[in-house]
Design a binder for this molecule. Sequence first.
Ligand code: HEC
Ligand code: HEC
Length: 397
Amino acid sequence: MKNKIAFVVGVLTVGILFSLSFLADNARVSAMDQAEFNSRFGIFDGAICPLSATQQQESIEAFKEMVPTFQHPRCANCHGGGQPFQANTDHAGGKFDLVLDADGSVLTEPTFAECQSCHGGLPGWEIPRSRFSFVGKDAVELCQQMKGELGRADKFIDHIARDLGGTPFIATAFAGMRGLNEDGIDYYEALNDRKPVPEPPPISYADLINQAQAWVDAMGGEFKGDDGCGCEPQKYALQIDESLVAAFVSENARIDWDGQTQVQIPLTFKDDGTFTGEATSSRTMSAVLTAEVGCSGSSTSNVQWQVNGRLDSEERWIYFSVRFTPSMGSVSCNMSVPLPNPVQLPIPIDDSENPNNPLKQMEMSAYVGETETVKLNTNVVGSDVTDTFVITIIKLE
Ligand code: HEC
Ligand code: HEC
């Protein structure tokens, strides 16, 4: 009996040593469609933020510099603070009615034409739609709004520096006079018993433009990742779920293995968009020997994981390699009949060092939730090994 088991184990080891053939599921086509869709329609939800920890810190700090200006009454009163169309408005000039078309949509020109009688100091004086409100929003929310609404860094700078070439709202805010014309000033004076004085934001317009540029520079010159990238710390990991199923069948016996592990490999980005990560996971392996006298057992051993890669923030695509080093081991197999010692069944050998291993040349769409499955397969005579890796991009809280 002992001899028979030794024979089985010997052949088995040889079988598994055959080089593995690979079947990599290639999800690139569908993932590409997603990325193309996103870049065309500007939906960057879940796009990985490729900024290094230092860049993230610096850009968060740089954005904060602008917040007192955004929250200053000269900006915030137009951006949600003043509500001249609400029934209970506290707008100094009184309540106004929105001019609507037959379908109920706001007609911009006639609606805001009335404002000119007092705010004619700025031809085109109007208030933005509610989603551009700055009121009640903290630095992170304002930052996400700038990124989401404007989409590109150059557009943000252009907006701050010259209102995209349209009505000079920001320059008017820095003049501090609420766009009031002569009549508006008289109206103000009648209400307050004094003439309005300029009350601009605490910094100069030139300073705001410099702060805007400093924020963009801290992010490497462009808006990257999703709306939160450069606004609040973002951390990602590659989650790998490995399952190894192997069988060896000989004339008199059969051994089945079943192994599982899950690991989350946190990614550390450098300023140039490259990243690394490492982690250890514990893999459980169970084995069942079916022979004249069967046995079964299980064990746990460590697997070391390493990833190296880079993110192309324009393509929103990541390229990386995964190295995994399982510790060699065996399963103590307890016989169904008492024998002096348990039989050691060797764990099938992983082929992680094979240069053709697709885990060394991975590429995926750089979005949270993207997942890719790689199967390493071998079917040499008598043995059948399938090592499956499901790789998912996750966001760490
Ligand atoms: C007279 C009203 C008014 C004032 C004052 C004003 N804005 Fe605006 N702002 C607007 C309007 C209108 C839009 C366009 C939004 C739209 O398309 O509906 C806008 C858009 C923006 C946007 C782009 C949309 C967004 O929210 O991301 C930014 C940024 C912005 N303003 C910043 C400022 C800053 C900073 C100040 C103060 C220095 C300021 N604005 C003062 C009316 C104003
Ligand atoms: C009858 C005169 C008058 C008319 C018409 C008028 N306003 Fe005003 N509005 C004022 C005065 C005066 C102030 C300044 C109040 C203060 O700062 O104490 C003001 C302030 C504002 C502010 C805040 C500006 C800031 O920098 O703090 C907004 C926003 C505003 N008005 C929007 C409108 C809109 C929109 C219309 C047209 C639908 C309009 N107003 C029409 C008199 C008027």
